[in-house]
Design a protein around this ligand. Structure first.
Ligand code: NAD
Length: 365
């Protein structure tokens, strides 16, 4: 059997090679012709590969796995219509993103001398990531407001568990008014009852409090960057941006005014990648009935130990530890070098290069 695997997914290809022929590819370059020629039956991608009818038509692909949480690069309806099995890695890098958010809050706190015990975080989207961000925010001593209308509806119909006691539900856009830290964790959606494309725009961003920390780690397109840039100086905002409209062609004017800016790596902890690979290989084994030895992966995964509440009590210590383990400020320094590159396509290549060559960073929370 021939399986195509994005070269950036750690461990996966090594594991698959035990039983199948693996062809490695570079995310943005995969073509329908290659899949057709090789009789590929399973495909493993990251967010840089658009999986749709033009990529898969006439091929033998019956299994698609993405090593990402977001699935806006996948035409799920097309896969369903062709009876192609689909699996994502939702949740596997949630803790990595939450760590990034905690680090951003602490960096803002120490840089701007803002009192955390007098601060309120507004979390929009209370799924895998939003829930962990809420828990850690509570540990940090923040007041926690949340907004998630689809989930609220499920709770009201008895189909989901109630929000925890420390979380106060708040409607949109009030949550923007009442918080001095905003972090959104919604998917990018264009239709349905609660679409998130440009969820944050000039109408509601203008309600932000003076001096707010605005953290954006969900997906480019959820925030209208032009409006954010316009408001940055009027409102003295601190901006942390990890995801961008039109990646890998990112807005340099936004990058220049960020407290922290990174090339879509908030979820790039090594532990997150391992969890993602484990989920994909498990589903692959079940689907094709093939047994693969995953003990190496399990051994690596067992090195992760979750942090308890006391770990959050000394903010300066936590800040130092996260600074050393995740090195997000180093990522920012490297990313800023994109400003020195003149050629647009070289800028895009540099964005991709930073993601491709991302070093091993372990989670500590
Ligand atoms: P999830 O599906 O577990 O949770 C999303 C939540 O958003 C759900 O509870 C849903 O009800 C809610 N939601 C949907 N529409 C909403 C709306 N209009 N208003 C408020 N809430 C709404 O997703 P997740 O795994 O927590 O991921 C969240 C986002 O983070 C996704 O966009 C994902 O692509 C992104 N992500 C980014 C990185 C990164 O590296 N920066 C890594 C992982 C995930």
């Amino acid at each position: 059997m021939v399986v195509f695997c994005d070269e950036q997914i750690p461990f996966l290809s090594e594991l698959l090679k035990q039983k199948v022929d693996v062809v490695l590819f570079s995310g943005r370059k995969l073509s329908n012709t290659e899949l057709l020629k090789s009789n590929c039956e399973a495909l493993f991608v990251r967010s840089t590969t658009k999986v749709n009818s033009s990529l898969l038509q006439q091929t033998k692909v019956k299994f698609v796995g993405t090593a990402t949480s977001g699935i806006d690069h996948i035409d799920v309806d097309y896969l369903k219509s062709k009876d192609i099995y689909f699996v994502d890695a939702k949740g596997s890098n949630a803790n990595s993103v939450a760590e990034y958010v905690v680090f951003s809050i602490l960096h803002w706190h120490f840089t701007n001398q803002v009192e955390l015990s007098a601060s309120t975080i507004g979390i929009i989207g209370f799924g895998n990531i939003g829930k962990i961000v809420a828990k850690y925010s509570n540990y940090l001593g923040l007041k926690v407001l949340i907004n998630d209308p689809p989930l609220k509806e499920l709770i009201e119909s008895g189909l989901a568990e109630k929000f925890q006691d420390f979380c106060e539900y708040c409607e949109f856009p009030e949550i923007i008014k009442y918080s001095n830290i905003i972090s959104n964790h919604v998917p990018l959606t264009f239709s349905g009852k609660y679409p998130t494309y440009y969820l944050f725009n000039e109408n509601n961003l203008s309600l932000l409090q003076e001096g707010t920390l605005f953290i954006h780690t969900s997906r480019g397109g959820v925030v209208k960057e032009k409006s954010l840039i316009k408001l940055k100086f009027d409102k003295n905002l601190s901006l942390v941006v990890d995801v961008w409209e039109n990646e890998p062609q990112i807005n340099m004017n936004l990058l220049k005014i960020c407290l922290i800016a990174t090339p879509h790596i908030a979820g790039y902890s090594f532990d997150g990648k391992l969890r993602g690979a484990k989920k994909l290989v498990d589903e692959f084994q079940k689907f094709f009935g093939i047994k693969i030895d995953t003990s190496v992966l399990e051994q690596e995964l067992s090195r992760y130990k979750p942090a308890e509440k006391p770990f959050f009590s000394t903010h300066s210590k936590l800040y130092q530890q996260l600074k050393e383990s995740r090195q997000i400020l180093d990522d920012f320094e490297k990313f800023k070098k994109i400003l020195e590159i003149d050629d647009l396509s070289e800028k895009s290549k540099y964005f991709d290069f930073l993601r491709k060559s991302y070093p091993i960073r372990r989670e500590i929370l």
